[in-house]
Write a protein that binds this ligand. Structure first.
Ligand SMILES: Cc1cc2nc3c(=O)[nH]c(=O)nc-3n(C[C@H](O)[C@H](O)[C@H](O)COP(=O)(O)OP(=O)(O)OC[C@H]3O[C@@H](n4cnc5c(N)ncnc54)[C@H](O)[C@@H]3O)c2cc1C
Ligand SMILES: NC(=O)c1ccc[n+]([C@@H]2O[C@H](COP(=O)([O-])OP(=O)(O)OC[C@H]3O[C@@H](n4cnc5c(N)ncnc54)[C@H](O)[C@@H]3O)[C@@H](O)[C@H]2O)c1
Length: 488
């Protein structure tokens, strides 16, 4: 389709409606929506189109997990009467090929060619503010009506003594492994650490997972995260929580050895993966020249996602502010929509207004939206907890995947405050709860919908019906039944 706008040029200076820095999930979303609405857009990327999610984050990690789950299923096949002899044989270089193929089948969606064809002007190079209204990139100056910084995040390395003396992996390098790590030590028990620990264990590595805090997945409901932790342990992942690392060193027979502050012999491994969190990418952006302030978590934004320079927004992983929703691709995409509304149409927006789901793609998966039990108790005098176990779901029984349960938190009047699901396909099953919370539906609304039998989705109904049970025990209902009986 022919575009009706032109990027105005003034002695080589580009003057688009929007200049976006970073072509990861956040930047690409803003670019594609803005250009489809008729805005002129310049998009600057210094490294790979698609950013972290496509190249070194969500996509390769889920592809690796898919391979690992297949290996696991083969080991479990005997329970279904299927013989697999010696169990799976894992060819790591072919697993890496599979991961690369998945990335490369999605890559064209994020490519320079596709965005250029849409009408976006893509500049390859590092973008840097030269003053409050100008960015320099790829030898061009850009004076946009509005700027969007979507520069993402990178691994935050711990200051552990000795780390710089050993070869270590991060999410930026781990997917390049072509050989099985005989003993992988994963440092950090957040989503990255637990997903990759399970993936490598299922692919046949010995895995030790070291977490400084008292438990894995510290942001999630403790009893639900414990189900994931138990699953990891039962598969043979050595989980060490509450462990402060004193130093890392290379020993004669071990490329990496972790020495704990509590003493002991140390943990010897062949590889170490650092999964200790993220830090926003802010270096090289020239933020000071543009009057843009940062804090420890990233580029400071208000609820409209505006930085301390009102022409400039920051979104996705690089942004820092209350209630932004966490570092997820779907949050980056959601921020993109908010910026479009505010920057192009002048409409009021407020980040934090929308319930944001989060999913850890282990087996069992853990998915959550809204408050955990502790958070709800801190805010509300009275709450009700509704539970339903996958052990009571016929489809889960048929598939022999009965570990886990749904835990919903509601007010006494049935307003949904939060829900966490740990169990098979929890990431899909969380959606009715997200929909209900987004549109202010009550838990009784979820009970009043017909669900197909036998489906996992029936756990939603079963959980919601728990809310109605006390009503059915009300003496009034017995009286009404008695009255109707007497009427014939
Ligand atoms: C192992 C792992 C698994 C994950 N799995 C999931 C998942 O399953 N689901 C989920 O929702 N999230 C997941 N995430 C998080 C998700 O990857 C991020 O939240 C998401 O990629 C953030 O997108 P973004 O656009 O903000 O940043 P990025 O994708 O990091 O993009 C930023 C881009 O900006 C570019 N850039 C930076 N500075 C400049 C500059 N000065 N000039 C030009 N370009 C610049 C960078 O090169 C980069 O391409 C995962 C993360 C990891 C590490
Ligand atoms: N499925 C998903 O959506 C998914 C998957 C992976 C990552 N992500 C996102 O990426 C972001 C980063 O996740 P992450 O897991 O890398 O980081 P994280 O910050 O969520 O977890 C890091 C963990 O490392 C621990 N830690 C820090 N320093 C340590 C040390 N020296 N020794 C031992 N433990 C230490 C912390 O206590 C914490 O539990 C998160 O926002 C997450 O939401 C999402």
């Amino acid at each position: 389709m022919k575009k009706t706008y032109k990027i105005s040029r003034d002695a080589g200076t580009l003057k688009p409606d929007l200049c976006i820095i970073g072509a990861g999930s956040a930047g690409l979303s803003v670019a594609s929506i803005a250009v489809s609405m008729g805005a002129s857009v310049v998009l600057v990327e210094k490294h790979r189109m698609g950013g972290e999610c496509l190249n070194v984050g969500c996509v390769p990690s889920k592809a690796l997990l898919a391979a690992a789950h297949h290996a696991h299923d083969l080991r479990q096949a005997g329970r279904f009467g299927i013989g697999t002899g010696e169990g799976p044989s894992v060819d790591f270089s072919r697993v890496r090929e599979h991961v690369r193929e998945v990335v490369s089948t999605i890559a064209p969606m994020d490519s320079i060619e596709r965005y250029t064809a849409m009408g976006v002007q893509v500049i390859q190079g590092e973008a840097s503010f030269t003053d409050a209204q100008t960015v320099s990139a790829g030898g061009r100056l850009i004076k946009a009506r509005r700027f969007v910084i979507a520069s993402g995040s990178m691994p935050a390395l711990p200051s552990t003594p000795g780390l710089d003396q050993v070869p270590y992996l991060t999410n930026e390098t781990v997917f390049d492994l072509a050989e099985k790590p005989e003993h992988l030590i994963v440092i950090g028990g957040g989503a990255t650490g637990v997903e990759l620990a399970q993936a490598y264990r299922r692919l046949g590595s010995e895995v030790t997972l070291i977490e400084a805090g008292e438990r894995l997945l510290s942001g999630e409901d403790p009893e639900m995260a414990a189900v994931v932790e138990r699953a990891l342990r039962s598969e043979g992942v050595e989980v060490r929580t509450g462990c402060a690392i004193d130093r890392i060193e290379r020993r004669e027979n071990s490329p990496v050895s972790i020495l704990l502050a509590m003493g002991g012999d140390g943990i010897d491994g062949t590889h170490v993966l650092i999964a200790t969190g993220r830090q926003a990418v802010t270096d090289g952006l020239g933020l000071e020249a543009a009057g843009i302030k940062t804090d420890r978590s990233g580029i400071r934004v208000d609820q409209r996602l505006k930085t301390t320079n009102s022409r400039v927004y920051a979104i996705g992983d690089c942004a820092s502010g209350p209630k932004l929703g966490g570092r997820f691709t779907h949050v980056a995409n959601h921020h993109a929509g908010l910026v479009i509304r505010n920057a192009l149409f002048g409409l009021p927006v407020k980040a934090g207004d929308t319930p944001i789901p989060r999913v850890v793609y282990t087996d069992p998966e853990l998915a959550a939206v809204g408050r955990t039990e502790d958070e709800a108790r801190a805010e509300h005098k009275s709450i009700r907890i509704l539970r339903w176990s996958f052990a009571h779901n016929d489809r889960a029984r048929a598939e022999r995947a009965t570990s886990g349960h749904v835990k919903a938190i509601v007010t006494p009047r049935g307003r949904i405050l939060g829900c966490t699901i740990v169990g098979p396909r929890a990431g899909e099953l969380i959606m009715p709860w997200v929909l209900a919370m987004t549109h202010g539906l009550k838990v009784s609304d979820l009970a009043g919908v017909v669900y197909p039998y036998p489906s996992l989705s029936e756990v939603t109904k079963s959980t919601a019906v728990e809310f109605l049970k006390p009503l059915t025990q009300n003496p009034w209902s017995r009286r009404v039944i008695g009255l109707v009986r007497r009427l014939g």
